[in-house]
Design a protein around this ligand. Structure first.
Ligand code: NDP
Ligand SMILES: O=C(O)C1=N[C@H](C(=O)O)C[C@H](O)C1
Length: 250
C-alpha cells in the first residue's frame, strides 16, 4: 500500500518539530516537506503533499490553509485563533474545492478531548463553572483554543438544559479580575515558566465542587491525535472541528 504523503508547516516550532519526528516514524506515512517561516508554499504541491499538518501561528494559518485548500491538499490544523469569521472563510474555500477536507483540533491530546467531553457532561448539574488554563509564557495567544472551546461547549450544554446564568455578585474593582467572558463562562489564563499546557474546569454547587484537570507534560501527547487526523481527513471532505469527531467516545 502506498504511504500517505504528509507535510508539516511550522516544522521548526515546539509542536511542529515533534510532528516532523512523529510523521517520519509512522510506517504508513512519508514526510514529503517540512516548511518553516519564509519557505515557499509551492513546495507543498511540488512535493506532492496529500496532507498538510499546520502548526504555525494565528497570523499565518489562514494564508497557509487557503493555499492548501485551493490546491486540493487536506489539512490537519492545530494552530489556534479560530473565530466565526475565519471558519466561514475556510468553509467557503472548502465549498469551492469539493473532496478536500480540513480538521481543526483545538487540542490533539486524548486527555484534553476527554476533559472537554466530561466538562460538557457535568455542566448542567452545577450552578457555577469556571475554566482556568495554564501555559508556558511563550504561548501565542490567550485564552487558549482549548479553553475557549471548552467554555463554548459548557455554555451550549447549559443553554440546552435551560440552566440560569451563573450567580456572580462581584463588583470588579480591576478590569480582568474575573477573567474573560466566553459565552457567560469565566476563563482565566495563567502564563508560567515551567508549564506546558494544562487546564482545570471548576464546577460548584451547594456544599460540593468538582474539578476536572488535565496536564500535557510533553508535546508527544499531541502526536497520536495528529497522526489519526492525517489518516482520517483524507476521506472526510469539508470542515471537521474537533478531534472527537474522529474518536469513538461512546
Ligand atoms: N491543537 C493542539 O493540540 C496544539 C496546538 N498548538 C498551537 O500550535 C501553534 C504553534 O504552537 P507552538 O509550536 O508552541 O509555537 P512555536 O512558536 O514554537 O512554533 C510555530 C512555528 O511556526 C513558524 N511559522 C510562523 N508562521 C509561519 C509560516 N507562515 N510558515 C511556516 N512557518 C511559520 C514559526 O516561525 P518563527 O519562530 O520564525 O515565528 C515557528 O517556528 C499555536 O497556535 C499553538 O496554540 C500547540 C500545541 C498543541
Ligand atoms: O500553545 C500551546 O502550547 C497549546 N495550544 C493549544 C491551545 O491553545 O489550546 C493546545 C494546547 O493547549 C497547547
Amino acid at each position: 500500500m502506498s504511504k500517505l504523503r504528509v507535510a508539516v508547516v511550522g516544522a521548526k516550532g515546539r509542536i511542529g518539530s515533534e510532528a516532523v519526528r512523529a510523521v517520519e516514524a509512522a510506517d504508513d506515512m512519508e514526510l514529503v516537506a517540512a516548511l518553516g517561516r519564509g519557505d515557499r508554499l509551492e513546495t507543498l504541491t511540488e512535493a506532492g503533499a496529500q496532507v498538510v499538518v499546520e502548526l504555525t501561528h494565528p497570523d499565518s494559518v489562514m494564508e497557509n490553509l487557503e493555499f492548501c485548500v485551493r490546491n486540493g491538499i487536506h489539512g490537519v490544523v492545530g494552530t489556534t485563533g479560530w473565530t466565526e469569521d475565519r471558519l466561514a472563510k475556510l468553509t467557503s474555500w472548502l465549498e469551492a474545492s469539493p473532496g478536500t477536507g480540513v480538521l481543526i483540533a483545538p487540542n490533539f491530546s486524548i486527555g484534553a478531548v476527554l476533559t472537554m467531553a466530561f466538562a460538557q457532561q457535568a455542566a448542567r448539574f452545577f450552578e457555577s463553572v469556571e475554566v482556568v488554563e495554564l501555559h508556558h509564557p511563550n504561548k501565542a495567544d490567550a485564552p487558549s483554543g482549548t479553553a475557549t472551546r471548552t467554555a463554548q461547549l459548557i455554555a451550549a450544554a447549559r443553554r440546552e438544559a435551560g440552566c440560569a446564568p451563573q450567580p456572580d455578585a462581584t463588583t470588579t474593582a480591576l478590569e480582568g479580575a474575573r477573567g474573560a467572558d466566553v459565552d457567560g463562562v469565566p476563563v482565566h489564563s495563567v502564563r508560567l515558566r515551567g508549564l506546558l499546557a494544562h487546564q482545570e474546569v471548576l464546577l460548584g454547587d451547594t456544599g460540593e465542587t468538582l474539578t476536572i484537570r488535565h496536564d500535557s507534560l510533553h508535546h508527544s501527547c499531541f502526536m497520536p491525535g495528529i497522526l489519526l487526523g492525517a489518516r482520517r481527513v483524507v476521506s472526510t471532505p469539508g470542515l471537521t472541528f474537533g478531534l472527537e469527531n474522529f474518536l469513538d467516545l461512546g
